[in-house]
Design a protein around this ligand. Structure first.
Ligand SMILES: *Cc1c(COP(=O)(O)O)cnc(C)c1O
Length: 373
């Protein structure tokens, strides 16, 4: 057990290269490289089946999915969203010339609260963009109620939520649209990639136009769409990855249990929240280092780094503290106390399928040793 071997917060799973060669050969033979080719179609169908959803449209990455989701629903004015997320969430709002309005999160789930969403509604609000943070389901029923009452659209940033099931069905079946990311750091990856999930064929058609420059056919351009198409090599890799993903999530669950065991007894450390009636994907293992722990989060973060353990502060800094957002009225820190506290206390520990038990134990021991100062 060498103290110097670096342990990163995540590491992508790649299938054996030999397993991928036949897929590549098929693409080389067919010479169809993109534009909704056979692997693209097969992966869309396979993901619909695997996830238990109605329709899905593949994208180059999750960010273009978010961007296009807002265009699909013709969102205008203000979009209520969370400051406790990755930059892409608010950036996609900004790229559409819309105004992000930040609302506070629940201190336990780290998701937007229905109360804070309601308080943020103005006459200009047209949509809500919540994040299922760490794959924990948002309060989907109350968010839908608010949306129905006020005539708002709901777009879930579901980048963390691949495969999460809630009350016996896919979490992605909530809201008007859900957007997935298949980035290399995510539970299920196509290197870069993403998708929009929707409930009806007409909406999927519109999404498919928008991700292909707005083309409806060779001569008809319906909107100023973007190029968001996933290519055949990545779609083929996605098909192969899909045959492994259940096993990968099961291994993540084992790692999460090891952390639970090893860290449960530590005063001042709060372990990841698990919502009842939810089948999680263990995409992240966030711990929250509160004032009851002898040293602060940043001291633990630094101590781990000294020992080549690269835990990450997801999410710090808050989006509302970034220079392009911090002057918004909704970005005022006193308006977002729970998000600010989570950003101060969170540390996401290494979790990925190939992480050996020994390394998990090493991380646990390092955290325990922080108590000695
Ligand atoms: C990863 C991520 C994204 C962006 O996805 P990309 O595929 O990298 O563009 C968006 N939102 C959240 C919350 C993410 O974690």
């Amino acid at each position: 057990m060498s103290a110097d071997k670096p342990i990163y917060v995540t590491q992508p799973f790649l299938p054996p290269l030999d397993d991928f060669i036949p897929y590549l050969r098929e693409i080389w033979d067919a010479k169809v490289l993109t534009n909704g080719g056979p692997f693209h179609q097969r992966l869309e169908a396979a993901l619909v089946e695997h996830l238990g959803i109605k329709h899905l449209s593949l994208f180059t990455n999750g960010t273009l999915g978010l961007l296009t989701a807002l265009q699909t629903l013709q969102v205008t004015g203000e979009v209520i969203t969370t400051p406790y997320s990755f930059a892409a969430t608010a950036h996609s709002v900004m790229w559409n010339n819309l105004t992000p309005v930040f609302a506070d999160i629940d201190p336990i789930t780290c998701n937007l609260t229905p109360e804070s969403i309601e308080q943020a509604i103005t006459p200009r609000t047209t949509a809500i963009m919540p994040v299922h943070c760490y794959g924990t389901p948002c309060d989907v029923d109350r968010i839908q109620q608010i949306a129905d009452t006020h005539g708002l659209k709901v777009i879930y940033d579901a980048a963390h939520a691949f495969g999460v099931r809630y009350r016996g069905e896919s979490l992605l079946n909530h809201g008007d649209l859900s957007v997935l990311s298949f980035h290399a750091t995510k539970v299920y990856t196509t290197l870069e990639g993403g998708a929009i999930v929707c409930a009806d064929a007409a909406t999927k058609k519109r999404i498919d136009h928008l991700k292909n420059f707005g083309f409806a056919n060779e001569v008809t351009v319906l909107a100023a769409g973007i190029n968001g198409k996933m290519n055949e090599v990545q779609a083929a890799l996605g098909l192969l990855q899909l045959t492994h993903v259940d096993r990968l999530i099961a291994r993540r669950a084992q790692i999460a249990s090891l952390y639970d065991e090893g860290l449960r007894s530590l005063d001042g450390i709060r372990l990841p929240f698990r919502l009842p009636d939810t089948q999680p994907n263990h995409s992240y293992y966030p711990i929250f280092i509160g004032s009851g722990f002898p040293v602060g989060r940043d001291a633990v973060y630094a101590r781990l780094r000294e020992q080549s353990v690269y835990a990450r502060r997801y999410f710090y800094p808050l989006l509302s503290d970034m220079p392009m957002y911090r002057d918004l009225p909704s970005a005022a820190p006193e308006h977002l106390p729970h998000a600010a506290k989570a950003a101060r206390e969170v540390l996401c520990l290494p979790i990925y399928p190939a992480l050996p038990d020994d390394d998990v134990m090493r991380v646990i021991e390092l955290i325990r040793s922080c108590r000695a100062g």
